[in-house]
Design a protein around this ligand. Sequence first.
Ligand code: G4P
Length: 529
Amino acid sequence: MSKSAVTTEVAKRRTFAIISHPDAGKTTITEKVLLFGNALQKAGTVKGKKSGQHAKSDWMEMEKERGISVTTSVMQFPYAGSLVNLLDTPGHEDFSEDTYRTLTAVDSCLMVIDAAKGVEDRTRKLMEVTRLRDTPIITFMNKLDRDIRDPMELLDEVETELDILCAPITWPIGCGKEFKGVYHIHRDETILYQTGQGHTIQELRVIKGLDNPELDEKVGSDLAAQLRDELELVLGASNEFDHEAFIDGSLTPVFFGTALGNFGVDHMLDGLVSWAPAPQGRETSERKVEASEEKFSGFVFKIQANMDPKHRDRIAFCRIVSGKYEKGMKLHQPRIGKDVRISDALTFLAGDREVLDTAYAGDIIGLHNHGSIQIGDTFTEGEKFRFSGIPNFAPELFKRIRLKDPLKQKQLQKGLIQLSEEGAVQVFRPLINNDLIVGAVGVLQFDVVVARLKAEYNVDALYEHVNVATARWVDCDNERKLDEFRRKADQNLALDGGDNLTYIAPTMVNLSLAQERYPDIVFRTTREH
Ligand code: G4P
């Protein structure tokens, strides 16, 4: 394959994720986006509510009960000559680690805001995460079929609270029962809204020009006059779209619509494919790798076990950073220095999986993991570099996990290690005893782990209090000093799921003392994979 063919394929791709507060409409937008991508004939099956083709494991039941989404799935669909990859992010804040890592695998984000509510907590946090990489953000103000807040005020709130400039691309005409559609500022046309067409691609009803008398006729002269007034104000007071500022993450184009009514989602998608960046390169331990390089490289940002209980498998989600994947190709895994032949990588079209023959930079492929793949692993065609910037966060909550039936220790250990590879939880095994300590960033993770151990490994486990307040990954350039530390501090040392040495401190004071006492040892709050 010539280099230019890779370049052409890469240029077509857009890889993004949706960030939003729970209930803002992420799932609904995902459905509509897939509808436009013709991936679904009729929107309405993303949550699998009515489909029932797949038996769901218990933790998925739990996910449903609590109305949260714990899984990250990947969807690919064509749109207007582009190929769009949408990565679903877990919605609950307990899974922020997972979300964080998913956001390292995208090149842009769609921020969905409930226009009746404005900027909410979770959105604020996720925006902070996107700031770390200056990810370009597109904004969708959702639920215009309800009574929303003043649009000007919403833009203001986004600008001040999220510290990003807003450039409205469309402007709403009325809201709630009076919602008539939007005026597209760039196209100088009004697109009329029709109710009751949430499940189909709507027939476009367009009025050209702002002064067109047809506008008054169709939306009523009051709303038409209001639109003209507001636009004068908006165009004077708000920012114009600036592509450079969008790319560097300092300005967001804003669209208005209703995901439920399937209105406005296509305007947003048009913006995404024309403005969002094609797959970007990534830094590695050696050099920056560009997406258009001919040789394959990629990194694993997520591992998910037992996606399909019938298969009992573990899938590693790999973001291709450069080049092309071809079925049967040999990939090098620098962390363990081994080559593996990959003949059954998966793609995820609207939740269905199929074995694929080719994939390019920007795409996500699912690799079957038999235990040798960890989060953060790099795959190359032979080069030894490793992608950087995919961290584990030091957990803040700890519990000792114990079996109801002591004979199942092996299964328990296996289950915990697999769940920790997946990033669902972290596990620590003290050097001096046989305890298994589970560490989490959020409380809900503990429940998920027990539920999954039962459902997937047939192990009944329960938690006990353990005297651990915090953990730090430790490291030292000097082997001798590290050995000495290992001997002297063994009471407080443990191995994590990937056999990395960790200091587990009963109190913060204890940690400070240890840091003072062993100045050559580095104590880290994040560990790069
Ligand atoms: P999430 O994934 O961000 O958590 O949100 P989700 O799409 O599940 O939407 C949350 C609720 O908001 C759902 O209602 C959904 O139907 C509703 N919703 C989404 N977009 C719009 C919109 O544009 N207008 C209106 N009026 N509602 C919208 P629900 O009753 O909680 O769930 P469901 O039973 O309808 O699925």
